[in-house]
Design a binder for this molecule. Structure first.
Ligand code: NAD
Length: 244
């Protein structure tokens, strides 16, 4: 049995994970913690920690996992560049699956987005639109960032040089290299993402809509089962699903 510890278990994703663990043969819940609890007091009970808490917590969670040689699955989004650097360094010591989105459908969208960008070429304007529930704290979503990174990679551009978050006022004409990223917030939307490829005379749109958090929870649990036997390093959901 692989023993799982959930960080952030009282949250929306944490609760979905708690509910889904019993349906995964070979996994058992050995610890669950949230704000104010100590990971060090339970980490010895687990083989793998799953973090769906807040971006500010992840570096310390990764440090504890490295000290205690436990595998880590990171679902939390919104990390700063400094956090990202620290987490990547710690991945030299333990295996981690770090994914902005654990759903099989979204990972298929990642694959399709790359293919479409390669096929359609530089004539097409690229925009990413995401919508989430009114309580989401970070923007744009980690998934929207991943989609924009894929688009920039295909165009051989640095995303930070070309990303455009929303438009207001006299912004001038759209530059061909721009990659627009726009965040909508409202209601109880679990997570919608659309990648728009627009040219004169035609437009392609790739859309994924998540209607249940269980799709992310089941993906994260599958990743937990997969990662415990891996060598140190950072893996993503495409590795887990064998899409590479
Ligand atoms: P939420 O606000 O409902 O839950 C977060 C939980 O973490 C809360 O119970 C909170 O008390 C707890 N928490 C906060 N700080 C903590 C700390 N320092 N230590 C331990 N626990 C702490 O949020 P949510 O909707 O469940 O989302 C959680 C994270 O997962 C967000 O970053 C979100 O963007 C991300 N997310 C990722 C995916 C994915 O597939 N990768 C899918 C959905 C959400």
């Amino acid at each position: 049995m692989i023993k799982v510890i959930i960080n952030g278990y009282k949250g929306r994703m944490g609760q979905a994970l708690v509910n889904c663990v019993p349906h995964h043969r070979g996994l058992e819940l050995s610890g669950k913690i949230d704000t104010g609890d100590s990971l060090t007091s339970v980490i010895g009970l687990g083989d793998v920690v799953i973090d769906f808490s807040t971006h500010a917590a992840t570096v310390e969670v990764a440090r504890q996992c490295a000290i205690h040689q436990k595998a880590l699955v990171i679902g939390t989004t919104g990390h700063s560049d400094t956090d990202t650097f620290e987490i990547r360094k710690l991945a030299n010591q333990i295996p981690m699956v770090w994914a902005s989105n654990f759903s099989t459908g979204v990972n298929t969208l990642f694959w399709l987005t790359r293919k479409a960008a390669e096929i359609l070429g530089p004539e097409f304007d690229l925009e990413v639109v995401e919508m989430h529930h009114r309580l989401k704290k970070d923007a744009p979503s980690g998934t929207a960032k991943s989609l924009a990174e894929i688009l920039a990679e295909v165009r051989k551009l640095h995303l930070s040089d070309v990303v455009r978050h929303g438009r207001a006022g006299i912004v001038g004409e759209r530059k061909p290299s721009e990659i627009g990223v726009h965040s909508l917030r409202g209601g109880d939307v679990v997570g919608d993402h659309t990648v728009v490829f627009a040219n004169v005379g035609e437009r392609v749109e790739l859309t994924h809509r998540a209607s249940s958090r269980e799709t992310f929870a089941n993906g994260a649990l599958r990743a937990a089962q997969w990662v415990v036997a891996k060598n140190p390093g950072i893996y993503d959901m495409q590795d887990v699903l064998g899409l590479k």
